[in-house]
Design a protein around this ligand. Sequence first.
Ligand code: SF4
Ligand code: SF4
Ligand code: FES
Length: 286
Amino acid sequence: MPAGLKERNVTETLKPDLIETGAVEETQSPDERPEPRGTVTFRVWRGDRAGGRLVDYATPVSEGMVVLDAIHQIQAEQANDLAVRWNCKAGKCGSCSAEVNGSPKLMCMTRLNELPLNEPVTVEPMRAFPPVKDLVTDVSWNFRVKTRIKPFKPRPADAPDGTWRVDQADVDRVQEFRKCIECFLCQDVCHVLREHHLHEEFIGPRFLVYVAALEMHPLDTEDRVADLRRAHGIGYCNITKCCTAVCPEHITITDNAIIPLKERVVDEFYDPLGRLLKVFSRREGA
Ligand code: SF4
Ligand code: SF4
Ligand code: FES
């Protein structure tokens, strides 16, 4: 568990359907819903590593607003010391991750007309990481995890001019993984990190996506399968698909990254025929 992470006193928890099925909540397009009007109460977590509490702020809302707009308005007009991390306000920097009404979301991409506004909107920091202040969490554990993954190791160039030849289909396969904006919402929702705090044993869905991007890269020659099994703890993932459900980039984390990696681990460690063939193919290539 990262230092400073402990159970927080919060009133909202993840919605059960999200935990159990990974189902996407929205059934109606945001454009079909009525625009917000009037004054809405935002119940915002205020505190630091020592502890905190939810504080209510009533603020006027209007057409087109997102949760981050409301938080900025509260910061400007009522709570100048409210800490919130953001950069792009366009769903591309991955900075404004939080839990809105108990669901991991980018605040800048969560329109108010997606939410029930007749009751307080709860806004809390991600729970899988230690709080720094208010809505800001310490996500540095993620960057340390990344350094533990064996880096890209390309095969020698295919042509004398130092270039390679690859099939477009092989390039397309890994392209999806490269859309990751490192918002860490998938890490936040994953019960292995969120509930069981196995940060030392399990690298989490974001980094399984990262490993998949490397392992399936058509030029890569590194072997990360043994690491997946032991150092990266892929066996802890029980394919609940919660990570896929919250990914703002719509990366099919479980089906396209984690399951193929699990299959590689099974082939390598639990399929004796496959192992034998691999040994012979290595000998022939020697
Ligand atoms: S599918 Fe696996 S990695 Fe994704 S949230 Fe569930 S247990 Fe975690
Ligand atoms: S895989 Fe998706 S949810 Fe996870 S860090 Fe990347 S963009 Fe965010
Ligand atoms: S501010 Fe950049 S993703 Fe929300």
